[in-house]
Design a protein around this ligand. Structure first.
Ligand code: GUN
Ligand code: ZN
Length: 429
């Protein structure tokens, strides 16, 4: 197998810097050596150059970070991003459900999946946990397109037997299609499956129970759903599930709270729910742009950290307003500050890469550009715009990273590499 080497400034944050003071790994002049799509060596150029003297070296134009990992995003909502006027439940009815009905058409699903994945790559995102729609073929469209692009994508047919006409399954069809998809896609490329009940309000008790049973029968899958996002949603859950201690307990009663559960949002959580999340090992995909856009609230980092919750970062497009994980990290900082918490830029980078990867149980494979991991990375350009260039002129690493998060977006991604190969290259700064 051929070996390639990349010389560049390298930065990764493999662990939560709150837990590990030496989590930040930075080589100002580094060498990343890749063979067969995997990192086989990484270090200072001066230390490695001699050992790899025979290997062709390409110098990369910017700051190399691990490919971003979007821990929660909806591909069928791509064309409904920036839909005006409503909070969650009305926004779903008015804008989202009509758009998702169109995914009954496989050709439409193929076209949107292709655009969506290319948009992820343009933004430096190489792995994601993705909602499709209720339609089995919406998963096939996404997985086929991801397989072609060699991306690491986890997804699974949405279960919603209480959905509107045209966007509703049954307990039996939900199970049969989920099982068929798991059989069809298991072990292919870099794909993974997630049992995906839309949220507690969209499924009957019987379907929630069956989702729990499906997970028990397939221990390698993830569970992916929404939790405690919006006050009206929480009130409706409380009114329907009167026996449950809280929203999380609804899922718990159906065996959906496990170490492989990823809950999007978690804005309105009791300390009891946080303690239970910690005990189970389940985690939260924090989605700040969505939470601001739908008026849902600000994620409580202080409470989450007191309970040592596992966290990742998600764009939640189309409620989220950008595919950029840099921009989303910048909004996470602002959401934290709204509650008088500080999110440092290295922790924000960890959330967008290794934190999300751990949440998705792919942290051994991606997220930190360590030896043995897959060589997915983005090349960031601190001079992507005149303002970024000016602001980062004499800045140290932390200031440059923070400026990229506050001022940067897709424009700051000069190149994206998947398994060591360039799959996106910006044409001009
Ligand atoms: N809760 C249930 N469905 C959705 C969705 O599509 N987007 C968001 N943000 N929350 C949800
Ligand atoms: Zn969502």
């Amino acid at each position: 197998m051929t070996i390639h080497a990349y010389r560049a400034e390298l930065l990764s944050v493999g662990q939560d810097p709150r837990d590990a003071p030496d989590a930040v790994r930075h080589e100002a002049d580094g060498l990343l050596v890749v063979e067969g799509g995997a990192v086989i060596a990484r270090g200072a150029y001066a230390d490695l150059a001699e050992r790899y003297a025979d290997v062709p070296v390409e110098t990369l134009p910017g700051l190399v970070v691990p490919g971003f990992v979007d821990a929660h995003v909806h591909y069928p909502q791509t064309d409904r991003i920036a839909s005006h006027g409503e909070q969650l439940l009305d926004w779903l009815d008015r804008h989202i459900f009509p758009a998702e009905k169109a995914f009954v058409d496989r050709a439409h699903a193929d076209a949107v999946a292709a655009f969506f994945l290319d948009e992820l790559l343009r933004n430096g995102t190489t792995s994601a946990l993705v909602y499709p729609t209720v339609h089995e073929q919406s998963v096939d469209a996404l997985f086929e397109a991801a397989l072609e692009r060699r991306m690491r994508i986890v997804s699974g047919k949405v279960l919603m037997d209480l959905g509107p006409e045209g966007l509703r399954d049954t307990v039996a069809s939900g199970r049969a299609e989920t099982e068929a998809l798991i059989r069809r896609w298991r072990g292919r490329g870099r794909l993974g499956y997630a049992v995906t009940p839309r949220f507690a309000l969209a499924s009957t008790d019987a379907q929630l129970a069956d989702a729990g049973a499906l997970v028990a029968e397939h221990p390698d899958v993830l569970i992916h759903t929404h939790l405690a996002e919006n006050v009206h949603e929480c009130a409706a859950v409380e009114a329907r599930f009167t026996e449950a201690a809280d929203y999380l307990d609804v899922y718990d009663r159906f065996c959906l709270v496990t170490a492989r559960s990823v809950f999007a949002h978690g804005i309105h959580l009791s300390d009891r729910a946080c303690a239970r999340l910690h005990e189970s090992g389940a985690g939260i995909a924090v989605c700040p742009s969505s939470n601001l856009f739908l008026g849902s609230g600000f994620f409580n980092f202080g409470q989450a950290d007191r309970h040592k919750l596992r966290l990742g970062l998600g764009t939640d497009v189309g409620a989220g307003t950008s595919f950029s994980m840099l921009y989303t990290a910048g909004l996470a900082y602002q959401a934290a500050l709204a509650r008088e918490e500080r999110l440092d830029p290295f922790r924000a980078l960890w959330l967008a890469t290794a934190g999300s990867a751990a949440l998705l149980h792919i942290g051994d494979k991606v997220g930190a550009l360590e030896v043995g991991q897959e060589a997915d990375f983005a090349v960031l350009d601190c001079a992507a715009t005149p303002l970024l260039a000016r602001r980062t002129r004499e800045a140290d690493l932390a200031e440059r990273l923070f400026a990229l998060q506050i001022l940067g977006d897709d424009r700051a991604v000069a190149r994206t590499y998947v398994l060591g190969e360039c799959v996106w290259q910006r044409t001009q700064p």
